[in-house]
Design a binder for this molecule. Structure first.
Ligand SMILES: Nc1ncnc2c1ncn2[C@@H]1O[C@H](COP(=O)(O)OP(=O)(O)OP(=O)(O)O)[C@@H](O)[C@H]1O
Ligand SMILES: [Mg+2]
Length: 228
């Protein structure tokens, strides 16, 4: 079994879409897949969360587990504190991931926001969860200007903690990439020293499951060319 932690250079960069894409490919390959969301913020009881997106995109056949939910769209520790609820700790998240890993071939874990967003009031982060598990971390990045710096900072933070960076995926690759987007394809791996493993095509996040599986195959196996 494999546990893969999925983080991003920030919020809204496509982590959920990429988690669903990796899950879709693994399901298609016959694997037993689970997606774990340690803390869903910005959603009250009964509201749709990221795991509902994963179900919609990847389809059935994926085990989904959300450990904590806080209604305000804030970092998990802040949202927990303001809700008067106990936060989720890295060791609780790691224990849940290990339990899922006992029954699945692949466990994907989507953090909230970026790598160093706090989960609990003691400074515990998704990086701590990855360290507890010894799990590789996939970094989802945006396309365009500004992404080189954010991605390099995330990769550097992984390196400084001796965490393995599995690679970078661009969450939403524009249908009509501009010069900055195209240069990302060369510069992201060069600046970070980490492979660029794919780019999910713009529009993939709006597809139904059948179309999404095909988009995931294209997005994560695409031969990336760029520059110029
Ligand atoms: N390839 C894509 N095609 C279409 N829409 C996309 C794509 N990637 C991301 N989006 C859209 O952009 C928004 C943000 O994407 P997503 O929810 O995956 O980001 P996230 O990093 O998981 O955000 P959060 O930090 O809130 O969990 C969503 O509305 C999603 O549907
Ligand atoms: Mg998400």
């Amino acid at each position: 079994m494999t546990i893969l932690v999925i983080t991003g250079t920030g919020t809204g960069v496509g982590k959920t879409v990429v988690a669903a894409a990796v899950a879709a490919l693994a399901v298609d390959a016959g694997q037993r897949v689970a997606v774990l969301k340690p803390a869903q913020t910005g959603a009250g009881q009964g509201d749709p969360g990221d795991l509902d997106e994963v179900r919609r995109l990847a389809g059935g056949g994926v085990t989904l587990l959300e450990l904590a939910r806080f209604p305000e769209p804030l970092a998990p520790d802040t949202a927990a504190r303001r809700a008067g609820k106990a936060p989720i700790t890295p060791s609780e998240v790691a224990a849940a991931a290990r339990e899922l890993a006992a029954e699945h071939d692949l466990v994907l874990m989507e953090g909230a926001g970026g790598l160093l967003v706090r989960l609990d009031g003691r400074g515990g982060t998704l990086a701590d969860v990855a360290a507890l598990l010894g799990a590789p971390v996939l970094v989802v990045a945006a396309a365009g200007l500004g992404t080189l710096n954010h991605t390099a900072l995330t990769v550097e933070a992984l390196r400084s903690r001796d965490l393995c960076c599995a690679g970078i995926v661009i969450g939403c690759w524009p249908a009509e990439p501009d010069l900055a987007d195209r240069c990302n394809l060369i510069d992201l791996p060069e600046v970070t020293g980490v492979p660029l493993l794919g780019a999910m095509p713009e529009g993939a996040g709006a597809l139904a499951a059948a179309g999404f599986h095909a988009a995931a195959r294209r997005g994560l196996a695409v031969e990336l060319r760029g520059g110029g």
